[in-house]
Design a binder for this molecule. Structure first.
Ligand code: AQP
Length: 330
């Protein structure tokens, strides 16, 4: 297989429906036609303070989540970023090919540092996109399937790769292409349809988490913000309903226009009750599979060790090539 894919998620908390619909859902179909590497980006997660025990647990829960959603460990590598030291090493080299101004323009950095003084923002949060560029460029992937919020970071990665290649007149890095889903690339918060669903949202009502039980899902969907009016329709003037209909559509494979027809003459209450059941039906088997993997730590270790070995093998070749190109070492 000449096509290679790389993607990853931070173990900064339990995964949520947005992570699944924006990223993982694409992985499952793409892994059939790509050599695929799925990373658990724990070095990124520590740009916000994490409890060590909880972080360790989250790393394993994210691995189990990937598997439960359908990542096939026979076909694809699952590995933890910090187990492959080349990520941090390449990030340093790439940081010398990245301008401060570029990093200052990153909207994720602006969002996450909003309202904080310089003394409260760690440098890792600022250089986060450089580490992400290293995550990607090490594997020379042709495809990087991610949600919409990562578009700007992918663009920066492409610029860094081109800048390095041009400076040394080499083809060291493959300039990667982001792959964004045509629908669901930005799932919005249930409590606020103007901001994306996010693990670190201040309220639990923002997201459907992979650990939510059926009653919690029902409660969250019931409390989800709706738009004025009462028609169950999508549209620019109905951001909340558009978001909920998108979720319904992506989990059932039905067109939004088709779902809208079911609710003509009915209200938001009926729609939300059925949407909750659609989510519960998707989530229940995922949770069972997650539990199966988490109850068998030895098997999870084997999968992660195999993934790490494959990732290390590829990453070290690229890092050696970069060091040689730059003239590092003796
Ligand atoms: N709301 C979303 N809709 C669609 N895709 C999303 N992704 C995240 N949120 C949504 C995609 O999931 C992948 C992993 O994201 P991440 O955990 O590495 O970082 P993130 O984008 O910052 O996700 P969160 O949930 O908001 O995490 P925190 O709160 O820790 O920062 C990416 O492909 C992302 O696009």
């Amino acid at each position: 297989m000449s096509k290679r894919l790389l993607s990853g998620i931070q173990p900064s908390g339990e995964l949520h429906l947005g992570n699944y619909l924006g990223a993982i859902k694409q992985w499952i179909s793409l892994q059939q036609v790509h050599e695929s590497l799925f990373c658990i980006v724990d070095l990124h997660a520590i740009t916000a303070r994490q409890d060590p025990k909880k972080l360790h647990e989250n790393i394993r829960r994210v691995a189990a989540s990937y598997l439960a959603c359908g990542v096939d460990p026979q076909e694809s590598a699952i590995f933890v970023q910090s187990s492959v030291s080349a990520h941090a090493e390449l990030a340093w080299v790439l940081s010398t090919f990245t301008q401060m101004g570029e990093l200052e323009r990153m909207t994720q950095f602006k969002d996450k540092s909003k309202g904080k003084g310089a003394g409260q923002i760690n440098a890792g949060l600022f250089t986060y996109p450089v580490l992400m560029a290293a995550d990607i460029l090490l594997y020379k992937p042709t495809a990087v399937p991610v949600g919409d919020d990562q578009k700007q970071h992918i663009e920066l990665t492409r610029n860094i790769a081109e800048r390095f290649n041009n400076y040394y007149k080499t083809e060291t890095f493959v300039v990667p292409e982001g792959v964004f889903p045509s629908s669901g690339a930005r799932i919005m918060g249930l409590d606020d349809p103007t901001a994306k669903m996010s693990k670190s949202a201040p309220s639990d009502l923002n997201f459907i988490s992979f650990s939510d039980d059926a009653d919690v899902v029902r409660k969250k969907v019931k409390k989800a913000v709706t738009d004025s009016g009462s028609d169950v329709t999508a549209g620019d003037d109905k951001p909340a309903l558009t978001n909920l209909l998108t979720i319904y559509s992506l989990l059932t494979g039905r067109e939004v226009s088709d779902i809208e027809k079911d609710y003509v003459g009915k209200g938001y209450g009926d729609f939300k009750a059925e949407l909750a059941e659609v989510i519960v039906e998707w989530l229940a088997p995922v949770q069972l599979e997650m539990k199966r993997y988490l109850d068998d730590p030895a098997q999870l270790d084997i999968i992660l060790a195999a993934g790490t070995e494959q990732a290390n093998r590829i990453a070290q070749v690229t890092l050696d090539e970069v060091y040689k190109t730059v003239g590092l070492g003796y």
